[in-house]
Design a protein around this ligand. Structure first.
Ligand code: GAL
Length: 418
């Protein structure tokens, strides 16, 4: 792995010096947006930039692997090696601050925010999430919701089920049990990237222990050994029994396609899945429906996507222009319609968005947003990695006590556990 990363760095550095000799202006945008909907959404931003700055070459440096599982290690190697991309994708909170701001890799965007008047156009709470010592370090393109339970509506109708505005965990298990006697897989999963099953765990945790105790996990007031956390682990363990048998061979977006085609029914996944359903030609409320993951009604498990500016960005002016484009209202609307998320800006045209995204806007507006641990916002990177490792072990061994103990220990090692 280390040698591979080193080769990547050497290769990129060679490309960079060649490119710089050949081309005067370029801007490199680093992300993990390579699924159908992710790539299309990113492309819509880059297209706008190209139209505005036709003499600049846009280098789309996307590395496949949902959740950034493959991109982030490459990025770290580049940052440590002193060859940063001009701008890279990251999430708010611990990931932005711990990985990029504290080590001095990201530049302050204070002047950009002031020049663009963004303090009026992004909510104070969002600006707070991306600021250190009062200075913003990220231009946020979108707000994803992670705790959504999607379902294939025609398949449920065929088996005589109709879902209302909410579903509790007992009702869900009742339906799963009955679907288990049919040819379809009751739950959908594609966890070639372990983070995807991590989403189902995180959603179950939030839905079982509630937002206050969930937040307590990250400040040491809730222990991973508590009985209600154990109950969440028990529920997650039960949910694993209903997955499609090929889950370990599928990516998160392949699992979304599987739900779209009716081979599996429920999918506990962030609303990047919505982007895939729409891309697959599905119609909301006809071909698919959604509720909050059981127990998490009225809570928004928030996943943000934003872009930094490298402290020593090779192309600073072009990068600032790219970030300006990303902060534009129409760019955010176009991007989010394809991506399956809502605008980070607070002045987007709501009427352009369909029923699901309007629902997500209303849910977010209720004001109970909690950070995701799976996507790096709630806890330091070391804990995020330890959680992924513990999940990898758990889905094979299914040892609930060992899982809880490992998380409790790792939280202490990371300095926030009780
Ligand atoms: C998240 C990212 C989302 C989505 C997902 C799957 O980390 O915030 O935008 O794309 O990964 O790749």
């Amino acid at each position: 792995m280390r040698i591979n990363l080193l080769l990547v760095v050497l290769f990129l550095s060679a490309c960079q010096s060649n490119n710089q000799a050949d081309l005067k202006k370029q801007v490199e945008v680093f992300s993990w947006w390579t699924s159908g909907s992710e790539a299309a959404a990113l492309e819509s931003v880059l297209e706008t930039y190209r139209a505005l700055y036709p003499d600049v070459e846009v280098v789309n440096a996307s590395i496949a692997g949902g959740g950034g599982s493959a991109a982030r290690p490459v990025l770290q190697t580049r940052l440590i090696g002193g060859i940063p991309p001009d701008t890279w994708q990251t999430h708010h909170g611990a990931e932005l601050m711990g990985q990029y701001v504290a080590p001095g890799f990201a530049a302050s965007l204070k002047d950009l925010y002031a020049a663009e008047g963004w303090h009026e156009l992004f909510s104070p709470s969002l600006i707070d999430m991306i600021s250190n010592d009062g200075e913003p370090y990220l231009v946020v393109l979108n707000l994803h919701r992670s705790n959504t339970l999607w379902y294939n509506k025609p398949v449920l109708t065929e088996y005589g089920f109709s879902i209302g505005e909410s579903l509790d965990i007992d009702e869900l298990f009742e339906i799963l049990e009955q679907l288990n006697t049919t040819d379809v897989s009751p739950m959908c999963m594609g966890d070639t990237g372990i983070w995807a099953t991590g989403i189902m765990f995180e959603n179950t945790l939030l839905g079982t222990i509630g937002p206050d105790r969930y937040l307590g996990l990250w400040n040491g007031t809730t222990s991973f050994m508590d009985t209600d956390v154990m109950e969440a682990i028990r529920i997650y363990d039960r949910l694993l029994d209903y997955l499609n048998s090929d889950h370990a061979a599928l990516s998160w977006d392949q699992a979304a396609d599987k739900m779209a085609s009716g081979d599996c029914v429920f999918y506990s996944m962030g609303d990047w899945a919505y982007g895939e359903f729409i891309r697959d030609g599905l119609q909301e409320n006809i071909d698919f429906g959604w509720v909050a993951h059981p127990g998490s009604d009225g809570i928004h498990l928030l996943v943000t996507d934003g872009f930094t500016m490298a402290k020593d960005a090779p192309n600073p002016q072009e990068t600032l222009n790219m970030l300006r484009v990303m902060g534009d209202r129409v760019v955010q609307e176009d991007f989010n319609l394809l991506k399956g998320s809502i605008c980070a800006r607070n002045d987007c045209d709501r009427s352009r968005f369909g029923p699901y995204l309007q629902w997500a806007m209303d849910e977010y507006a209720k004001g109970v947003a909690v950070p995701t641990v799976i996507h790096g916002s709630a806890a330091p990177a070391d804990f995020q990695q330890a959680l992924n490792d513990a999940l990898t072990d758990f889905v094979v061994r299914r040892n609930k006590e060992a899982f809880a103990k490992t998380l409790a220990n790792e939280a202490k090692v990371s300095g926030f556990g009780s």
